[in-house]
Design a protein around this ligand. Sequence first.
Ligand code: ZN
Ligand code: ZN
Length: 196
Amino acid sequence: MIENAIRFHGHQCPGLAAGIRVSEVVLRELGKPARDEEMVAIVENSSCGVDAIQLLTGCTFGKGNLIFRDYGKSVYTFINRETNKALRISLNKEAFDTDEEHRTLFAKVRNKTATEAERDIFTQKHIKKSYEILDLPEDKLMTIKQVEPEPVQKARIHESLDCVVCNEPVMETRVKLLDGDTHCIPCFEKLTGNKF
Ligand SMILES: [Zn+2]
Ligand SMILES: [Zn+2]
């Protein structure tokens, strides 16, 4: 499971480890991975952990049963549509605390000023931290609450209409009208200067 998640995500990191732990809880409490849309995930961030969640719970962006709400919170809500059970999982910030050296190195790696040696130390620390996350008692890592499932619409197939500027087809619910003509969002934005 861990190997697969690392392969899918591209590297090992604390965020991915947390996503693995969240997925474990979901599969234990809500059932098997979603083949279709019987399970829905609402994720409130788009960082590393979401990759593990997609791979392990079967709630994926492409199937439409992964809903992204850009709230910048480490909160994940899962709904099993068959049993009507829902869990809200919130990660505890303290679980991700790192030492001063780790934080300094992280900043250096990010702004590309780290030497090769510093980069190696950082990678070791990052991997060590991700193992700590994998081993942390569940109640130290996250807060799990059973909640009322919110109604989430199933993914629907829509008609496509052609944009009058670029001629590319656009899903009808995303078409923008200008003087009655259908426009795709990028063409509409270019013409009007409005941003969506
Ligand atoms: Zn990562
Ligand atoms: Zn267009």
